[in-house]
Ligand binder design. Sequence first.
Ligand code: GAP
Length: 477
Amino acid sequence: MNMRADQETTLAGTPAAAALPAVADLDTIVSLAKRRGFVFPSSEIYGGINAVWDYGPLGVELKNNVKRAWWRSIVQERNDVVGLDAGILMHPQVWRTSGHVGSFSDPLVECTACKRRYRLDELPGTGDLTPTQIADPEIVAKLALVCPDCAGTLTAPRRFNLMFKTFMGPVEEDASVIFLRPETAQGAYVQHRNVREAARKKIPFGIAQIGKSFRNEISPGNFVFRMREFEQMELQMFVRPDEAATAAFDEWLPRRLAWYKAYGVSPERLRIREHAPDELAHYAKRAIDVEYRFPFGWKELEGIHNRGDFDLSRHAAESGENLDFFDPATETSFTPWVVEAAAGADRAAFTFLIDAYREEEVRGEKRVVLALNPELAPYKVAVLPLLKKRDDLVEKAHAIRDGLAKEFPAVYDDTAAIGKLYRRQDEIGTPWCICVDVESLDDNAVTIRDRDTMEQERVSTDRLQEFFLTKLRAARP
Ligand code: GAP
């Protein structure tokens, strides 16, 4: 694979400019998500709170499955990566040392008439600006930018720090200010020596972490794409300096792209984009974004960063602790470099949801299907009695569900006719439905219907667990 970022071309080799989103209108996904219980606005009965979303019964299953799939590929299947669950709250010095207090900011402009605030680079007409142009204090005047809501005059841009602050302890004073972490990565850096020693790892090794992060985004939006409270899945690989870091970067980028593809994201809607030197985050020597063609354009899904020794050197200098690695083979010490694969759990779940969405016509009727990989599907199996008024069928269907649910999520439903029940399960991505009919009472077999092919087969109830476990294993990338 050509490791040079080429945003003109998708991973399928097709022109990126011609890529169509899987769903033309984001509202299709937003309404499905709400109607079927994937995602709800937070605190909705009080009018909601901007940029915070709650995951409903199906959403929490989907997101948990995404996190499990990530953890399996990053931690479980590798011998050189271990896990960590660091606190959201950390010593405030962490964020001064990491550069976030000084540099983790976006350019903010304010309308002098209506007082609305905007992120400069999200205003109409700023899409093609370089980071250097965005940093230009005269840019608003040069481009004659006005408030998109009321056409009022906009102020010159100023840097707005994205970190949330709160107070630790019972006294609300400057000395007790702490931050909600804006990335999980720092937990891995300040714990890397403890983790390495306890896990008896040598360089290269990695620390993986999944957890909440918080950013006071100026212009959140596009549903769960940009939120103020979100979850990250971040891998920090600690490697030898320089060429080893370049090699690790070149190794992890295709590995992460392969993960999205293996779980069903179309390569025609994936591309990579290298950050220009003036766009790099304050810690990065090199950065490539994995981008997805969302209904609202090409946007970042995950970032692969070569952070050099930026974080560890600064933490060592500030704390006075030795964070170097002593290599007994060469009897030399060095500060490890870090290569990071930083993904968003919400963005990944959102992407899988959008990319799985299909509308098709079956016998003159619209069928909506979420063609999720079975491992990501909220329920693996739905058990449906053909006749809900027949107690013996209902009892048998419940018994089948209870047995299967010991191995994987399975759901019982009898609230509509069988055709409608199938459609409902298609719409939430359930890969297999079991129909329990009158014959099942005699032959102890059930009909299994496949979500994608809609084909049906008769399987003995004694074989059901093995049948589905084999299918689930086969579907796992
Ligand atoms: N530790 C490096 C880091 O945090 P980042 O590119 O700022 O890098 C990594 O964030 C990933 O976290 C992004 O690619 C995205 O998937 C997710 N993410 C960042 N900000 C987000 C937000 N406001 N809402 C949802 N996800 C976000």
